[in-house]
Design a protein around this ligand. Sequence first.
Ligand code: NAD
Length: 338
Amino acid sequence: MRIGVIGTGRIGTLHARTLSRNREVGSLILTDADPARAQGLAHRLGETAAPGVDEIFRWGVDAVVITTATSAHAELIGRAARSGLPVFCEKPIALDLPGTLQALAEVESAGTVLQMGFQRRFDAGYAGAREAVRSGRLGRLHTVRAMTCDQSPPAADWLPLSGGLFRDTLIHDFDVLRWVTGREVAGVYATGSDAGPPMFREAGDIDTGAALLTLDDGTLATATATRLNGAGYDVRMELAGEADTVVVGLDDRTPLASTEPTGPPPADKPWPGFLERFGPAYEAELNAFVEVVQGERPNPCDGHEALQALRVAEACEVSRRERRPVLLAEIPDRARAL
Ligand SMILES: NC(=O)c1ccc[n+]([C@@H]2O[C@H](COP(=O)([O-])OP(=O)(O)OC[C@H]3O[C@@H](n4cnc5c(N)ncnc54)[C@H](O)[C@@H]3O)[C@@H](O)[C@H]2O)c1
């Protein structure tokens, strides 16, 4: 199998390494808007670099992995769909609903596969939480607390391209909240703070955000995120039910210090970032994509799932901007509604 990888930055490098190690993958063709970057990675992995995206399609591949900046995802998904190729694409599909719906329409009309990069679905902790909900161990679930805390802020020039904290970061919490609980979000009330470094304000973004979400069975959830968590990279989810409580992301690397005299000691080596924390999950999702392309397993996260997570993020943005609760029913889920 030959796979084209478009975008060889941080996450593209990681995914290309995983694919290069996979025995079912014969070869990779790598490309990037910065050709030297693709060439350097191709050289390190013993793979081939292409001068541009056109060559990926012209030279012929069996599948495409899209790990460019988000602004290029939708167009590339459409192009791959029109070529009849299965696609793995990093989240999100696009920064807005019209772009997302257009890309999904192309995939649907071509009848091709689109697997989205929500790697938390492949994390052992989140899988355990899903099992705890499904098995009935928690009893009736009443509260979920989700959080994503980045240790260091991103570069200032990257912020305006990110789509903002809800679409870029909390979208992971929204996706995995749906996956773990098996429920849809019915309504949100969200707010944010830009009291940190001025670059967030200047980009029209926030450095810290919080959403209160009501699920369609009445379960309450909170999802919070910050770009400024000095202690380390902290991603957790607590699920509390009438019978038991479980937590994802609590281990000897959680950047959390107890103030209790009898509390556990602080982590020696707190998680520094997503690449370390979710390394095994990223690897598992790319290996799963190879199996999807081979027809050996169903798609674990299709474009509809990404659309639902984006709709929650959109609802949060509306709520934050208009300072009011927003029902998911207000957010379009079809192109004709826009
Ligand atoms: N799933 C996750 O946890 C996760 C983590 C990080 C990033 N991401 C997503 O992955 C994507 C890439 O993020 P990153 O952190 O690797 O960014 P990055 O800036 O490190 O890399 C992006 C690369 O894409 C290239 N590029 C941009 N537009 C292109 C185009 N039209 N054609 C070819 N190459 C192009 C850039 O030159 C750059 O090398 C983003 O959509 C981001 O949201 C997901």
